[in-house]
Design a protein around this ligand. Sequence first.
Ligand SMILES: NC(=O)c1ccc[n+]([C@@H]2O[C@H](COP(=O)([O-])OP(=O)(O)OC[C@H]3O[C@@H](n4cnc5c(N)ncnc54)[C@H](O)[C@@H]3O)[C@@H](O)[C@H]2O)c1
Ligand SMILES: [Zn+2]
Length: 763
Amino acid sequence: MDDLFTHAATKSENDPAARMAQLAKELDHHNKLYYQEATPEISDAEYDKLYRELEDLEKAHPELADPNSPTKRVGGAPLDAFESVEHLIPMLSIDDVFELSDEQLEQEPEGTPRETELIAFYKRLQKNLGQEHIPVTVEPKLDGVAVSLVYRNGKLDYAATRGDGKRGDLITENVRTIRSIPLTLTGDAPELLEVRGEIFMPNSAFAKMNEERDEAGLQTFANPRNATAGTLKQLDSREVAKRPLAFLAHGLGAYDGPELATEDAFHALLDELSIPRNHPVWHAENLEVLLKAVTQLNEERHGYDYATDGAVVKALSRADREKLGFTSRAPRWAAAYKFLPEQAETLLKDITIQVGRTGVLTPVAELEPVLVSGTTVSRATLHNQDEIDRKDVRIGDHVIIEKAGEIIPAVVKVLTEKRSSDSQPYSLFNAVDGKCPSCHGPISKEEGMVAWRCTNFACPAQAVTGIKQFASRKALDIDGVGTSVAEAVVRDGLVKTPLDLFKLDLLTLTELNLGTKFEPRLFGEKRASKVLESLEAAKSKPLSLWLYAMGIRNIGESAAQEVSRLHEKLTDIPNSEILKLNAERGLKDNWVKQNPVNPQKESISSQEKERRKKIADEYKPRIKELNEILAEYQISPELGGVASQSLLDFFQSEAGMVVLNKLASLQINPASSNYQPKPSQSSTISSPVSGRTFVITGTLSRPRPEFKKQIEALGGKVSGSISGKTDYLLAGENAGSKLDKAEKLGVKVLDEESYLSLINSSQ
Ligand SMILES: NC(=O)c1ccc[n+]([C@@H]2O[C@H](COP(=O)([O-])OP(=O)(O)OC[C@H]3O[C@@H](n4cnc5c(N)ncnc54)[C@H](O)[C@@H]3O)[C@@H](O)[C@H]2O)c1
Ligand SMILES: [Zn+2]
């Protein structure tokens, strides 16, 4: 079965517009993670690759280019938590030019230099300025967070991040804590001086801080840039003060003072005012010297105490810069030359699988330790199955690994000539036997996506994400349980899966620490009891909300509604015949649609044609048959084959059983509030008992089972507890809490006498 349904062709390959839209979406996603949340998912080199691909497509198809494309914009939006400020002059990015790799050079004519893109940049300067010699400067590119420091009359007025280039966040209080940034300038300060530069964390300080955090049981940062970005987002500047941040200036923004004709004059001013500036700076009068400077910087940079992955090349004179001008995103007078990441050869000993916070399964290469860019590397990311297939990575291979400016190393290439003859292609799915290594839940791959994911909402690796979904407004609406509570209960080991929330008691919740070990912030009794109340109420919430709350793949709100219309209660789902048939129909139907015998766009071999025809001939009559069987259920397209299969997979998996067992032990069996599987039939029957749900309580004239039998014989149901979907409460003498609850929920209450007349009327 696997075979038939996993081929969902990535149609974007031949469709530039679709690919462009997809790239833009992915880049937006990564920009948000990188700039706003300081938690990037991919390396800069990978990001750059996607960015380049989009840029190239936009050049090839200018008519399809979106004016709001990520290639036309700077950075991310300002954060809500800070006040923002409009920049006096927009803060732009810098265009990248890349050192060419061996693979790229193979595609080019012989003798093509690695610096081809840099040379092209210099030639553009020559052409646009109409002169042969253009003096430029070369300096290290700092990998930190861009900042604007505005000084008025020698005093720091404010500091802001780049934000979207037009508006940034005001981070003055945080910046004041950075010792190397002067608050008052020495010497003859101009009236207005906007210095732009980079806040960063030196490597040594970063390593030490991470070590201390690790010891204190705090989360460590992936790399110095993340640590810097994360630190500057802190609202409490006392926290910022504790972090080892540094600053170096590299550019001029708004300015009101004596003329600065060149970059040198600007540097002299910074020195006079004791503002630390980026160094070393090389000067080059022509292309030859520029290339030498860049080579020298590349050699020296490994000795620096901060990460540099490139050289910034800038026209020296202000007059030249003015002539060259800007694009919407970057100045035309500067370029960032990105060095090739350093590579090394080593042995890939094993592949392990990590489960991320959102359930993504990431294959990780376990390597024979090797030294790259001054650090020992023993693990590298393999990203996903598609990447493994593309590079044909296998356990036991000799591989080339690469480490860019940032920390996560990657496997770039396999040395197939060194491979042993008995090596086997690697399949992530087989390696984990189709189960999440963290929880043994089922894994699945969404259409058009490359990653396998664990689909178990109770997976401990995804606990925080799962709890947030479970408690969200649209799901079970657990008042007071958001990100910080979810993180705290998981951190303290109180909750491993959302259902563990039901184990929490008032005292534990009251004393839950939402702050840090050093600065505790307790949750408090008032909010704690609210959480418990919401949890109690959740127990009787309808099936559709429960299904949505579980965050099962492909089950959104509408699909959950439809599932709950077709099933009376949760426990009917794992073996649901309707779902089985609907899954089969949907998956077969998709297959036929996606594998046409006479495709219009692609060309297929006659063998492939034959294969498709054979399968389609088998599927089509069955699809017709299924359509007939399912017709009376009138299943909405919101519940497709993929979603149906996904539900069944989940509830039939080991993980799904655990969830069902836990619910059973909590005595929760969510019931449908819109149960009506055969719409046309049930609407014609109208009986006061048939299809109605009764709850029985108190002392009656006969034993309760007798009443139960009678109700069921007339097509009604008897349930043990009152919920919003109960129709009648049959209440005898001394009815207790159920009576109160029925009144609260507006459920009709019958005494024995009115019950009897109801029964008689429906016989
Ligand atoms: N991994 C991810 O998910 C992800 C997401 C978004 C962006 N990124 C990375 O960020 C890059 C794009 O970000 P960007 O637009 O901020 O560009 P950038 O950081 O590559 O370059 C522009 C910035 O460089 C800084 N800079 C550093 N040293 C400088 C110097 N000596 N002189 C002048 N400026 C200097 C400036 O602050 C300027 O704003 C991408 O190439 C990518 O590597 C990664
Ligand atoms: Zn899992």
